[in-house]
Design a protein around this ligand. Structure first.
Ligand code: ADP
Ligand code: MG
Length: 622
């Protein structure tokens, strides 16, 4: 085109497109759900804008917030069009090629080491999946603030943009035209597109239409009839239903007609499922929840979410919500914990999508949850900033936390990490056998750290969270156990909950600090995660029991009758030790009954850092 401006793709984007266009990846279907998801995002945006300014929607067809799919078999073109917000010329340059999103290089890297293309949407580069099936793509777009433009590219490192003076005006929105590759012919089949929309885009909240063929019955004059009375034909069908006595005779004089099948086209709606969160939880099947989870997570694998909670909050603040525990924690969940506050919760107000970057709904430690909140109480026509300060948010947040913790507690109760009798032998034969472990062991492995961070950060729910805490102990035999279970096993006369911290269970098992406790059959908790040291600074007691680090001062294991005698006879030695070690090295030297075989041990003061904490701090400053 003569008026086209040429642009080069940002290098990372170009590499990504190379990978896609040369990909032998078998599941090319994913491009369609990425395009539909973008169309839906664009519709969400214009609807959101229209809350504060009705004018933006325009009039006539422009007000129809819908997605349309059309096939052109002859020219092998598949087009997807929306009446969303559209893109200005600048948007086209920015969004489709020149400014690489942070996800681009991460995704390229993943792809080079055999990552799953299916997850492209999670990295924010879903648009480019069009090059799995097309070798030439045109994006026609009209934004309210600009003229209509065409972006096009053959994935050869460059794209062009020109003002659109030849296509039909879109009014507003975007049309993506895919010039399909030879081998992608299946995407010109209506049945294939229907199947894909059903499979991947069922939960899109805007109508999706396909320009589909339809066979209709048409009455035409019978060929063998040379009836001259052609004008009567249209009326004759209308009159047929009335069995008028008077007309009966005339019937025989009517021209003979026959019914033939004729192919026409019409917009056929492909999705008509009512939004899951608006339905009653009793009516929604597990399979539907799983599919809904996949669409929220942009992960269409076959893993089920570990748990979900769907509820309807009533009272002063009304909202509906669905929360999911994903099957796996994202790799960077804790890496970015302190510098990002990414929420995975979508906020709707009265069915209108408002934001998926609304961090006020869940605390950081629950940011691993996915889900959706739809509130009837929040106001619709205010800015995001005003929403963020709205009083009901606090109530919503409080209820969401409660429900989330309830969901996790149920998971722990329903499927704890216990050996079922019939499996016992098998489990013992192979301790690694994860299949035989309860779901909660899996949860703990993926998200246990979040529970611990919650105990540290959320004083209000500290006790609820402490109930969810799991750990191994000197007697738990490789299984996870809880504080409640620990307490139920406490020996008579045992006042404190004993624990020890260190870098691994293997190392701790050899610790001299455990000698005496083992002899007395006292159970000791192993805390081996670096975060545990911080955790225990916040978790002082549980159900009126104090926590006692067995490597610290203050361990009381009951009095011995010979204590006094022993103390007296070693008085001189104790004194000598203290003088020899000098006060800058130790605070005190004492006779103790905490050991059994080892002659002496260094103990940390009650409020000082444990040896393990010293180790952690040292490794952090190095
Ligand atoms: P993501 O959707 O995660 O942002 P994509 O690669 O799918 O990543 O899309 C890139 C960007 O292109 C979008 O963020 C959006 O700004 C723009 N875009 C894509 N499709 C459309 C569309 N149909 N209407 C308006 N903007 C779109
Ligand atoms: Mg997208």
């Amino acid at each position: 085109r003569s008026n086209a401006e040429k642009f080069e793709f940002q290098a990372e984007v170009s590499r990504l497109m190379d990978i896609l266009i040369n990909s032998l990846y078998s599941n090319k279907d994913i491009f369609l759900r990425e395009l539909i998801s973008n169309a839906s995002d664009a519709l969400d945006k214009i609807r959101f804008l229209s809350l504060t300014d009705k004018e933006v929607l325009g009039e006539g067809d422009n007000t129809k917030l819908e997605i349309q799919i059309k096939l052109d078999k002859e020219n092998k073109i598949l087009s997807i069009r929306d009446r969303g917000v559209g893109m200005t010329k600048e948007d086209l340059i920015k969004n489709l090629g020149t400014i690489a999103k942070s996800g681009t290089s991460a995704f390229v890297e993943k792809m080079q080491t055999g990552g799953d293309l299916n997850l492209i949407g999670q990295f924010g580069v879903g648009f480019y999946s069009v090059y799995l099936v097309a070798d030439y793509v045109e994006v026609i777009s009209k934004h309210n603030d600009d003229k209509q433009y065409v972006w096009d590219s053959k994935a050869d490192g460059a794209f062009a943009i020109s003002e659109d003076t030849y296509n039909e005006p879109l009014g507003r929105g975007t049309e993506i035209r895919l010039h399909l590759r030879e081998e992608a012919g299946e995407y010109l089949e209506e049945s294939k597109l229907k199947e894909l929309v059903k499979k991947y885009s069922e939960f899109i909240n805007f109508p999706i239409y396909l320009w589909a063929t339809k066979e209709v019955d048409v009455e035409v004059p019978a060929e063998d009839d040379d009836s001259s009375d052609e004008e009567e034909k249209p009326e004759s069908t209308e009159g047929e239903e009335k069995e008028d006595e008077d007309d009966k005779e005339e019937d025989e004089e009517k021209p003979k007609t026959k019914t033939i099948k004729e192919k026409t086209y019409e917009w056929e709606r492909l999705n008509d499922v009512k939004a899951i969160w608006l339905r009653s939880p009793k009516e929604v099947t597990d399979e539907e929840y799983t599919k809904f989870y996949h669409s929220l997570a942009k992960d269409f694998g076959d893993e089920k979410p570990m748990a979900w909670s769907h509820f309807n909050a009533e009272g002063d603040v009304e909202f509906k919500a669905v929360l999911f525990v994903p099957p796996k924690a994202p790799a960077d969940l804790y890496e970015s914990y302190y510098n990002s506050n990414k929420s995975n919760l979508k906020l709707y107000v009265r069915r209108v999508f408002i934001s998926d970057e609304f961090d006020e709904l869940l605390p950081k430690y629950l940011s691993f949850l996915l889900g959706l909140v739809d509130s009837d109480t929040l106001p619709l026509n205010v800015s995001r900033e005003m929403l963020q300060q709205h009083g009901s948010l606090k109530t919503i947040k409080k209820k969401l936390i409660r429900k989330a913790l309830d969901m996790i507690r149920k998971l722990a109760e329903e499927d704890p990490d216990e050996i079922h009798d019939q499996d016992k032998k098998e489990v013992e034969e192979s301790k690694e056998n994860d299949e035989k472990r309860g779901q909660y062991a899996k949860f703990w492995n993926e998200f246990g750290k979040s529970v611990k961070l919650g105990i540290i950060e959320d004083a209000t729910n500290r006790n609820r969270l402490a109930k969810l805490l799991r750990f191994e102990t000197t007697t738990s035999d490789g299984k996870l156990t809880s504080l409640d279970q620990y307490i139920s096993r406490m020996k008579s006369g045992q006042k404190d909950i004993f624990y020890i911290t260190g870098s691994s269970k293997e190392q701790l098992e050899k610790s001299p600090f455990l000698e005496r406790l083992k002899k007395k059959n006292l159970e000791v908790i192993f805390f081996t995660d670096p975060v545990d040291e911080y955790l225990m600074q916040y978790l002082m007691d549980y159900e009126d029991k104090k926590f006692q680090n067995v490597s610290k001062e203050g361990l009381k294991l009951g009095k011995d009758s010979k204590d006094k005698e022993v103390k007296e006879s070693f008085k001189e030695l104790t004194k000598w030790w203290k003088e020899t070690l000098a006060s800058e090295n130790v605070d005190d030297v004492k006779i103790s009954n905490r050991l059994a075989d080892t002659p002496c041990v260094v103990v940390t003061s009650k409020y000082g850092w444990s040896a393990n904490m010293e180790r952690i701090m040292q490794s952090q400053t190095l």
